[in-house]
Design a protein around this ligand. Sequence first.
Ligand SMILES: Nc1ncnc2c1ncn2[C@@H]1O[C@H](COP(=O)(O)OP(=O)(O)OP(=O)(O)O)[C@@H](O)[C@H]1O
Ligand SMILES: [Mg+2]
Length: 336
Amino acid sequence: MFNKNKFGLDFGTSNSRISGLNKGILLDEPSVVAISVDDNSVIAIGYEAKEMLGKTPEGIISKNPIKGGAIANYKISELMIKHFLSKVSKSKFLSGSEVVASISSGLTSVEKRAIYEAIVNSGAKKVYLMPESLLTAIGCNLPIGTSSGNMVINIGGGTAEFAIISLNGIVISDAIRIGGDYINESIINFLKKNRGIVIGNQMAENIKLNIGSALPLTSPLEMEIKGRDSITGMPKAVNIDTNIVVEAIKSPLNLIIQTTRQILEKTPPELSSDIIDRGILLSGGTSLLRNIDVLLSRAIGIPVYVNDNTLFNVSEGAAEAIKYIEALSKNIKNPL
Ligand SMILES: Nc1ncnc2c1ncn2[C@@H]1O[C@H](COP(=O)(O)OP(=O)(O)OP(=O)(O)O)[C@@H](O)[C@H]1O
Ligand SMILES: [Mg+2]
């Protein structure tokens, strides 16, 4: 098969990934762009720009143009998308290629159009937008073409996507703008209120990755954190442990549990029984939070499992979906 110009695209809130059909991951970079304040010119994109986050010299701002799974800054997003696409396509941008791109099911038609046009303007011949949760299921090889019910939850940086999938289509879905970014904000707010320390996003991210957990640990992990005193503004360091983080992130995790329950309540009984038997697939970067699968499984009473390739399921699923475009046609969400 001629696969040279067939790509799966996942331009997420935190990370951008591109897979080639039968070629695996071709690109995996942070969705970050550094811009000069003086003339709005782009200084760096991807890894290089992420290095600048939070410590950019005066006159340079570093932006994440895809906030909450949507395109917050159209022009900058388009530049970023074109830059990433030009890295994987030897010819000029995507010229003549066929792509499936992931979108959050909560996007407005204006946001969908922005993503669609950025890709079309990069030269793609055929562009199909499809929901992230469906592509997650394909990337994880769930039997979505059968009449059995499959439940997928993808929790990324900006959004959590929920879907029940059967007979190649989404039966019920929902999306909430809760993900790793919101979890970091919860850590920042909690520590300011309860420990009198103001920390930045990068410190919150380190806390989450190093000692974070969705459930208390019998031997909590400890960490020294640095920031500013919330009253005096002077530098301050305090020791915290896992169980403080558990407390800090309870509220966003409860929203995820609540949405999972609402979806299951609306699920037709014949599909629910499949989900009870097969369990719920949890994917996306935030599924790597310690014990999030155990928390969800205890709260819902259904097994929850995390796929090995959790960061790449979506772009891999998107590339794979190109092979089955006809069977999946009812899932195409292109703007009219
Ligand atoms: N080990 C980990 N523990 C907790 N969170 C993690 C871990 N590894 C990554 N994350 C979080 O996963 C998020 C990124 O996940 P992912 O790459 O799936 O997001 P995305 O696809 O860019 O976002 P979205 O789909 O919401 O637009 C970040 O918020 C990051 O902090
Ligand atoms: Mg994602």
